[in-house]
Design a binder for this molecule. Structure first.
Ligand code: HEM
Length: 555
């Protein structure tokens, strides 16, 4: 007879030592449980409907177990909420206010920005470079930096680099000619990432990288997986959005030390070379502008300041500050108060890191998602090629900056791709002073992270019928006026909207135009029938690349 069938009195009495041990273990487990669930009553106490959390994971169980992308999980929550405008969630153990209502969310990022100026991002102090990026800076230190950097991204500045971008786009041929000749599938996601990296390096910093032609290009090796994390790092990076103490204690850095070291040596070498050759300021690229900020505290206005000036004014106004543009101080270090000019050392390197990291992976993923759909729908691909060929013909065979801008169908395709695949599938802000939701007695308290699902809004059938279908017509001149402004926000909104969105459109559209003019794409056996996302990143990128077949277009 086995022991577990014996009557209780027949079992040997436990020794006092064992009983104490069991009691201690039960007590410790109870204390641990109480600790990891200590915030779980937060939403109940405030009368906010919430999704029941699990210890440790909160509502991110499937993300924690690497079963689903965080974008998909928040999309599911968004869909299940039906008519609810907002609800409480838990990211790990942190209470998060999740907003479904597009208007309410728009107010939070625009009109009521003064209550939600910051992102939750709380990098560890040791993460010197990441802490100084626009993503991570807070309050007046963010506003000061943003006002200074805005003039670096005006249309006038971008136009100047168009020829350089064209050269990089034509380097795509090395990659695709090879695949076309061999008749083998090529991973367009890989090729596009190399193109955008070469483009950002030359446009931003005058650094000639060779990612498209050389597998051993050092910058490519260090940057290519910057947003593809190990399991621990994925959670560390997600946790920094909601300020989790435990992971901060681990002192994980979001900018790997070898990359920071590479950027320091490369950027300062480029700066010294410009000083040595007396060419500082000649290119007026991002490096020149950062050095101008370091030396003079401001970036001189372009002859044509229309767009840069406007966004500077919007920020100053939205932050309820003095209008820097009206007072002629946009880009001046006094624009946001009495912040000292600190554009030097790792503060400058942080801006280089932002441009490299934000600039290459996002745009290249958008290009590869677009190519995926163009390969699957030959009619759309053929129409785009015809329109590009016509514009080329009308412009003596040269795709000038203005000619590129005139191809409306390309714009429609790029926008529809960003609708289906907003690279950052959610937006976050942190409440910086208590905020009463208009018309309710609900208060979002200072310190609480607020999230919205861009992926959810942009795939909501109420705003985009048949939302999973790739249909560029939604963005035709006649139809796009029907899309509510708050429902198409792939670059975020308000004063913290993506600073590089014009550059993203320019380099993304130019790369696509070059490829479609020169190559025909179609799916192969390895092309996924449904797009799946890389679970090791919080950005949306194709899980296993985008393998496609291609052939040269006959001229
Ligand atoms: C398709 C390409 C891109 C997409 C979809 C994208 C999307 C976004 C989104 C959604 C945000 C958050 C905005 C918010 O919180 O309201 C953001 C912020 C930012 N992006 Fe982009 N981005 C792209 C390309 C770029 C490029 C090319 C650059 C730079 C060269 C860039 C630099 C930044 C920076 C610095 C911020 C932080 C802005 C701040 O907090 O003030 N992005 N981006």
């Amino acid at each position: 007879m086995s022991t577990w069938l014996l009557p209780l009195e027949a079992l040997p009495a436990p020794s006092t030592g064992a009983a104490v041990l069991v009691a201690l273990l039960v007590g410790a487990a109870g204390a641990l449980y109480a600790y990891v669930t200590r915030h779980f009553g937060y939403w109940r106490r405030r009368g906010v409907p919430f999704l029941r959390p699990l210890p440790v994971a909160g509502n991110l169980k499937d993300v924690l177990l690497f079963r689903k992308h965080v974008g998909d999980v928040l999309h599911e929550v968004y869909t299940q909420m039906k008519e609810l405008p907002y609800m409480g969630l838990f990211f790990y153990d942190a209470p998060v206010f999740f907003i479904k209502d597009a208007e309410l969310f728009k107010n939070i990022v625009t009109n009521d920005f003064e209550y939600f100026q910051d992102r939750g991002f709380s990098p560890v102090k040791a993460d010197l470079v990441f802490s100084e990026t626009l993503f991570a800076r807070k309050g007046d230190r963010w506003k000061d930096l943003r006002l200074k950097l805005n003039p670096a991204f005006t249309v006038t500045k971008l136009k100047r680099f168009y020829v350089l971008l064209q050269q990089k786009a034509s380097n795509l041929d090395h990659y695709f000619d090879d695949a076309a000749r061999k008749g083998e599938p090529c991973d367009v996601a890989n090729a596009c990432a190399r193109y955008t990296m070469d483009a950002i390096a030359t446009v931003g910093f005058g650094i000639e990288t060779t990612a498209l032609t050389d597998d051993n290009d050092p910058l490519h090796r260090l940057l290519r997986n910057i947003f593809v994390y190990s399991k621990l790092y994925l959670h560390a990076s997600l946790a920094t959005f909601v300020d989790m103490q435990l992971l901060r204690l681990l002192r994980l850095s979001l900018v790997p030390a070898p990359l920071a070291a590479f950027l320091r040596s490369t950027i300062w070498a480029a700066a010294r070379e410009r000083e040595r050759t007396g060419t500082l300021g000649a290119r007026r690229d991002i490096l020149d502008l950062l050095l101008e900020l370091r030396d003079k505290g401001r970036i001189a206005a372009d002859e044509d300041t229309a767009d840069g000036g406007d966004s500077g004014k919007r920020i100053a106004d939205d932050c309820n500050g003095r209008s820097a543009v009206e007072n002629g101080t946009a880009g001046n270090d006094k624009g946001a108060g009495s912040i000292e000019n600190d554009m030097d050392g790792d503060v400058l390197i942080a801006q280089a890191f932002s441009v490299f990291s934000a600039g290459f992976d996002t745009t290249s993923s958008t290009m590869s998602f677009a190519l995926y759909h163009l390969a699957k729908d030959q009619d759309i691909q053929d129409r785009l090629r015809r329109e590009l060929q016509k514009v080329l013909h009308d412009n003596d065979g040269i795709l000038t900056y203005d000619a590129l801008q005139s191809v409306e169908y390309l714009d429609m395709i790029f926008s529809e791709t960003l609708r289906l695949y907003p690279n950052l599938p959610f937006l976050d802000r942190t409440c910086t002073k208590n905020y009463n939701i208009p018309g309710t007695d609900i208060v979002i308290e200072k310190g609480v992270p607020v999230f919205g699902s861009l992926y959810g809004i942009q795939r909501d059938p109420e705003f985009f019928p048949d939302p999973d279908r790739f249909d560029p017509e939604r963005f035709s001149a006649e139809k796009k006026a029907n899309i509510p402004k708050s429902c198409f926000v792939p670059f975020g909104g308000g004063p913290r909207k993506c600073i590089g969105f014009k550059l993203a459109y320019l380099q993304g559209k130019l790369g696509l135009a070059h490829l479609i003019l020169n190559y025909k794409f179609w799916p192969c056996a390895a092309t996924p029938s449904k797009m799946e996302y890389n679970l090791h990143s919080f950005l949306l990128s194709p899980r296993n690349g985008v393998p496609l077949m291609c052939s040269r277009v006959e001229k």
